[in-house]
Write a new protein. Sequence first.
Length: 183
Amino acid sequence: MLPELTTERLILRPLQLEDAARTQLLFPHWEIVQHLNAVVPWPYPPDGAFTFYRDSALPAIARNEEWHWTLRLKSDPALHIGSICLTRAAEENRGFWLGQPWQGQGLMTEAAEAVTEYWFEVLGMPTLRTKKAAANLASRKISERLGMRFVGLQEHDFVAGRLPAETWEITREEWKQQRAAQY
């Protein structure tokens, strides 16, 4: 059973199929999807969120291969504003998106910190890697804030096309050292 996680301002609630309707309203905007993996269909179909949750995300959670949460403000926990996930994939272990009205407030950094802690402390994984479009400066800043380091540049297929992509990573030992230095 996937646990609920909390941060200073957020509740990270395990993904449920009922979340698809809200995701369908928030997610399919070019500003949100352009730097996501090209597996995201574009234009986004009217049942895209429901189909993805039903056929991909929820079965992967059941197989213990992925962990997905919706982001909810503690001030309004009924309303989900984005999503974050972890996956056992070799090259990309964390992905996220946030609705436009809530961007630029540090909320995704809070969520990313919480799931990174889950990755290392609960799941016991040795390394966390993320891949991002080099042009996605906001995502890069989150990786930098969390103490990740740049490890490589390659090309990758995103919704916006084939683009330069950066790989960032942090090891469990680096994460623990960073956390110890903060407290």
